[in-house]
Design a binder for this molecule. Structure first.
Ligand code: PBG
Length: 326
C-alpha cells in the first residue's frame, strides 16, 4: 500500500530516541538569579507573593551565596533596598550604597560568580519612579546623569555587567560613554532594551519596595500591544553599543524574543519576571500543576523561542532538577 502519511512517532518511540533528537537544552549557565539585598541587619524576609525568594541583609548574604553556588548557579542580578530614599535616589550611586557593598563582598568571596548590576533608580527614589521627577513628569535627559553615576559606582565596586532597566532614551549611549571615561571599557552593557509596562511586575515591587507613588510607568516602558516598537527600541540600543538585549517580561512575549533573535546578533536575554513566578508557585502550592514539569517546560520553551539566557527566580530549583536528571 502506498504511504499516505508521515510517521512522526518514529522519533518519539523511547526516552533515548527522544533525547537523541532533542533540539533545545537547559544548562545551569543559562540562568541569572535575581537577589534582593536589604540594607540593615539580621534580615531574611520571604517575599509573600514570591515563596522561596528572600530579601537578605549583608549578614545573611554569605549563606545565600553558598546556597546559590551549591546549586550550580553562575550569575546573579543584584537589586538593592536602601534604608533611606530621596528624590534623586542617591543610594543608587553612593560608594556605600547597598548594591556596591554587596558587589564588593561577592567579588571578594565568590570571584567566579558573574555579578550583573541592575542599574535603575526606582528602588532608591522616594517617589518610586525610575528617573528624576518634576511635577508629574519623569524627566529623560536629567535622569541620564544619575544613571551614569550609578553604573560607574557599580563598575567600581566590581560588577561584571551593567544592566540598565530604567527605559530612559539614550541610556546606553550615556552609560557606555560614562563607563569608558571612567576606564571601564571592558565592562559590557546588558540593556533592558525591550521592556513593557507590565502588570506582571507586581510581586517584584513588593520584593524591591519600588512601586511608583503616583501614576504609572507608561511614559517610559512600552505598550504591551506593540511589536514594531520593540524593533525601534532594540535598533537604538544596538546602535548605542549594547552588548546584550533583554526582553521583559518573558512568557507573554515569546514572539518578541523570537523577533529579536532573528534580527539582532547579540545574546538575547529573557526576563522571566516576578508575576510569572508567582502564578506558577500559587498553582503548584494548590497542587493544580506539577511545579517541576511546568517550570522546566516553560524554561526550555524560552530557549526554543530564542533566548540565550534566562533571568529567573526559578534558577535554584531548575539547577537542582537538572542535576537530578543527569
Ligand atoms: C526596575 C525593575 C523592575 C523589574 C526589574 N527591574 C520593576 C519595574 O520596572 O517596575 C521587574 C522584575 C520582575 O517583575 O521580576 N525598574
Amino acid at each position: 500500500m502506498e504511504q499516505q502519511f508521515n510517521r512522526h512517532r518514529r522519533l518519539r518511540s523511547s526516552a533515548s530516541m527522544r533525547s537523541l533528537v532533542r533540539e533545545n537544552h537547559l544548562r545551569p549557565e543559562d540562568f541569572i538569579y535575581p537577589l534582593f539585598i536589604y540594607e540593615g541587619e539580621n534580615i531574611r524576609n520571604e517575599v509573600s507573593s514570591m515563596p522561596g525568594v528572600f530579601q537578605v541583609s549583608m549578614d545573611n548574604l554569605q549563606a545565600e551565596m553558598e546556597e546559590i553556588v551549591a546549586h550550580g548557579i553562575k550569575s546573579v542580578l543584584l537589586f538593592g533596598i536602601p534604608k533611606t530614599k530621596d528624590a534623586c535616589g542617591e543610594q543608587a550611586y553612593h560608594d556605600h550604597g547597598i548594591v556596591q557593598v554587596a558587589t564588593r563582598y561577592i567579588k571578594e568571596k565568590f570571584p567566579e560568580i558573574i555579578i550583573v548590576a541592575d542599574t535603575c533608580l526606582c528602588e532608591y527614589t522616594d517617589h518610586g519612579h525610575c528617573g528624576v521627577v518634576e511635577g508629574d513628569k519623569v524627566l529623560n535627559d536629567e535622569s541620564l546623569e544619575l544613571l551614569v553615576r550609578t553604573a560607574v559606582a557599580q563598575a567600581k565596586a566590581g560588577a561584571d555587567i551593567i544592566a540598565p532597566s530604567n527605559m530612559m532614551d539614550g541610556f546606553v549611549t550615556a552609560i557606555r560613554a560614562g563607563l569608558d571615561e571612567a576606564g571601564f571599557t571592558e565592562i559590557p552593557v546588558m540593556s533592558y532594551a525591550v521592556k513593557y509596562a507590565s502588570a506582571f511586575y507586581g510581586p517584584f515591587r513588593e520584593a524591591a519596595e519600588g512601586a511608583p507613588q503616583f501614576g504609572d510607568r507608561k511614559t517610559y516602558q512600552m505598550d504591551p500591544a506593540n511589536r514594531m516598537e520593540a524593533f525601534r527600541e532594540a535598533e537604538s540600543d544596538v546602535a548605542e553599543g549594547a552588548d546584550f538585549l533583554i526582553v521583559k517580561p518573558g512568557m507573554p512575549y515569546l514572539d518578541i524574543v523570537r523577533d529579536m533573535k532573528n534580527n539582532f546578533n547579540l545574546p538575547i536575554v529573557i526576563y522571566n519576571v516576578s508575576g510569572e513566578y508567582a502564578m506558577i508557585k500559587a498553582a503548584a502550592q494548590n497542587d493544580w500543576i506539577d511545579e517541576r514539569k511546568t517550570v522546566l517546560e516553560m524554561l526550555v520553551g524560552m530557549k526554543r523561542a530564542g533566548a540565550d539566557l534566562i533571568i529567573t527566580y526559578h534558577a535554584k530549583d531548575a539547577c537542582r532538577w537538572l542535576k537530578e536528571e543527569e
